[in-house]
Design a protein around this ligand. Sequence first.
Ligand code: SIN
Length: 286
Amino acid sequence: MEHPSFSNIGVTPLSNALGAEIDGVDLSQPLEKAQFEDIQKALCAYGAIGFRNQKLSHQNQIDFALRFGTLEVHPIVKGMEEYPEIIRMHKPAGKPASFGVGWHSDNSFFDKPSLGSIVYAETVPPVGGDTLFANQQLAYDMLSDGIKETLEGLIAIHSAKEAYTSPSALEKYDSDGPISYTKSDIIEDFIEHPVVIRHPVTGKKALYVNAMFTHHFKDWTMEESKPLLEFLCAHATREEFQCRFKWEKDSLLMWDNRIVQHAALNDYVDYDRTLYRVTVNGTKLN
Ligand code: SIN
């Protein structure tokens, strides 16, 4: 992994595969151009970047996110009443975690999947509730030349249907529980993305399939797709491609969904956890 140098922020890598913690930045204040450019550079280099001890209002989080592009209002997961672009990801004590559990890339079932996700932690368990990330550029690089050739030009079909009609999802529709879903036609869509994408800034290739939303390969049957898809999803999340982010109150983490996929852990049933997520609109993937 390459470690570029930075003049305007401190950067400490989180693993040998991806992820870094950034210091010397107060995200409640407008960022100077040079500092913001270093943050963008760190995001491209490390895929997921965390900031500790940030005292942020919802508006501060939105303002930071707006530096990267326009913000999404999720078609299924209801946002906060006053801030529709913020999803309050609350997991109450005594209940298992179910939102974002399992490897995925946020909103890969959109025609233009989310460029980045920006999450701020308000309440975290004393231990547990970490989020795992896996570097999909590294996962691609570590494939053999033979399989890389097979994947060249291959298109995968992504769908929200299975994830958003699972038993734990169905109970969220129109619920007054901590996370509420609204019905959307988007779950009937079958969306095409290349299996190997190029990052629009660095040009680096990455695998772009995930166990939660990737359904089958275009022009392949489900039976034909299953073995290769299972292999790719298992390969993509091998532990040597991973880092683990340990949430603390007032941590903010941003990740680039074109570089990483992630999985929230369901290992803190006795505790509350409240995070706030915004996602930045992405572009069509090539
Ligand atoms: C998600 O955005 O997928 C959830 C992440 C988390 O709760 O750790």
